[in-house]
Design a protein around this ligand. Structure first.
Ligand code: IMP
Length: 218
């Protein structure tokens, strides 16, 4: 498949995410670079009030720094009975410099005794190139389980059970998680636009239309 670019910079310092993104982008034969390849990887502060703001901030920074089209994502876990928390603050729900376990423990404490355990993961992917800025969204609906289960994945995976499954994300294979996950769906939307792009139909630019592609919003 012909691509509008042959090298893509993955603007993430999280090795789990780089691994997932690398798996998901494998069919596209793109040369992938990331902060892992840099001797002094700068950490872009995620201080924007929205997922979209953070994703665009990271992608802009790395496109400006490298000149390579840069893809960044930001993800939040939005819990219905907590009014959408932890949302954009998912990484530091239990405080600064906390572990995934600390965040999971806090979430289970906050939900203790609550019967409505509906939640969703939402990812915004942002691509910044010399031609413009684009965003895509992916959503995965599910519930927060009473107890952690499974040893795979990362973050809140042990307590997130996607709708239609008996297992948590941490119990699913990475291939299965990638197929249905928020990030997987956002990437599938990105991939669909890449295909269109390769046929010279550029997706609408963010400045004109807002989010050009939305996936998995059920
Ligand atoms: P990020 O902004 O994409 O790094 O995600 C923020 C936080 O959301 C991470 O620190 C994780 O705790 C959580 N998170 C993001 N993606 C996932 C996922 O696929 N599974 C579980 N937790 C995730």
């Amino acid at each position: 498949m012909a691509m509008p670019f042959s090298t893509l910079f993955l603007a993430s310092g999280n090795p789990h995410k780089i691994e997932e993104l690398t798996d998901l982008l494998a069919p596209f034969s793109l040369e992938l670079r990331s902060t892992k390849d840099l001797s002094d990887p700068h950490e872009v502060e995620e201080d924007q009030p929205t997922l979209e703001g953070n994703a665009l901030k990271k992608a802009r920074f790395w496109f400006d720094a490298t000149g390579i089209p840069a893809l960044a994502d930001d993800t939040g876990l939005e819990v219905h009975s907590l009014d959408g928390a932890p949302g954009v603050y998912s990484a530091r729900y239990a405080g600064e410099n906390v572990t995934y376990q600390d965040n999971v423990d806090k979430l289970l404490r906050e939900l203790k005794g609550k019967t409505d355990r509906r939640a969703r993961f939402r990812t915004v992917l942002a691509l910044v190139t010399a031609d413009g800025e684009y965003t895509w969204e992916g959503v995965c609906d599910g519930v927060i389980t009473e107890h952690p289960a499974g040893g795979g994945g990362f973050g809140y995976d042990p307590v997130f059970r996607p709708d239609g499954y008996e297992e948590t994300f941490a119990e699913l294979s990475s291939a299965e998680k990638n197929r249905i996950s928020h990030r997987g769906r956002a990437l599938q939307a990105f991939a669909a636009d890449l295909e269109q792009w390769s046929e010279s139909h550029q997706p609408e630019k963010k400045e004109d239309q807002g989010t050009p592609g939305t996936s998995g919003t059920s």
